[in-house]
Design a protein around this ligand. Sequence first.
Ligand SMILES: Nc1ncnc2c1ncn2[C@@H]1O[C@H](COP(=O)(O)OP(=O)(O)O)[C@@H](O)[C@H]1O
Ligand SMILES: [Mg+2]
Length: 344
Amino acid sequence: VPDSQAIFYELFEFAPDAIVVVDRDGRITRANAKTEELFGWSREELVDRPVEVLIPARFAAHVGYRSRYLAEPRARPMGAGLELYARRKDGTEVPVDIMLSPVQTERDRLVLAVVRDVTERKIAEARVREALQRERRLKEIHHKEIHHRVKNNLQVISSLLFLQSTYGSDLAAQEMLKESQGRVKSIALIHEKLYRSESVDTIDYAEYVRDLVTDLLRTYSVEQRDIAVHVGVDNVHLGIDTAIPCGLIVNELVSNVLKHAFPAGRKGSVRVELRSAPEERYVLAVRDDGVGLPAGLDWRRAHSLGLKLVADLTKQLGGVLEVESGDGTAFRVTFAEVRYKERE
Ligand SMILES: Nc1ncnc2c1ncn2[C@@H]1O[C@H](COP(=O)(O)OP(=O)(O)O)[C@@H](O)[C@H]1O
Ligand SMILES: [Mg+2]
């Protein structure tokens, strides 16, 4: 026996993978030791059987692939990217990788199929996947927990401001404390929504605006039959970096309507809207049919805290603020979602 033949025989016979040689009719002509171990067939039983005995019945299309492969054979992994399975004699299945190479001999065109059992690799991959999932889940719980605590702390601050507003007789100071309390509450409500949200980092903004407005009506003891409130918010989900400035703007504008637009029992309505606009922009609008801004008030140069906050927060959102005043007042802020930035 020439050297090389002996070497190739050893390589074939003792390879760590099953190697099956198939003729142009798809019949098994040869198989190595590992094949017997992996498939549970003896070689004598396998020889002359169609190679499909090693393939689960649900891959019936294999016969077609086989003839196409034989028409134009080249070395390649089989079903790259697919989950392949081999069938044992007892009918059970094994996950495998398969490498095909054509072999042209003097008598026939053969195909060499190298079949590797990847059970261990699949198990290891599943473990890694599970570990990553568990880690993601834990991180989520941790995030929610933080929002819950921030919300609780903000609620404490809000209560302190409320308590403080009940001391002393300075009405202006009391008013300022009450407004500060409202601002803190509008942020606390965002953390509460984030804590309860299905998603990890966005909240249902329609629900938020509705709750915030309901809260403001209660704070300003507004009777719905005096001031009709309409809230129209598209199905918008915002992340915290957008939700907070936007929530504070809603808080300022709606508070202003309730405080200033309908003096002395005047009746009317206010409409609060947040709409999706083209190019991933949003339009927030608060319109009332009240008395309008005082003549001579230049909202661009306002030094009062509320309007100044609205202008600054709009800038923070990278948005544009437009105001119309005449029969009532209309504020409109056009902005885009704030993308997460690495904090310094
Ligand atoms: N919707 C509105 N209708 C009528 N007047 C308004 C409205 N919003 C704001 N204003 C006027 O603009 C002024 C400035 O508002 P703001 O900066 O929020 O200060 P504050 O609410 O503390 O008075 C208010 O005092 C009020 O005169
Ligand atoms: Mg105000």
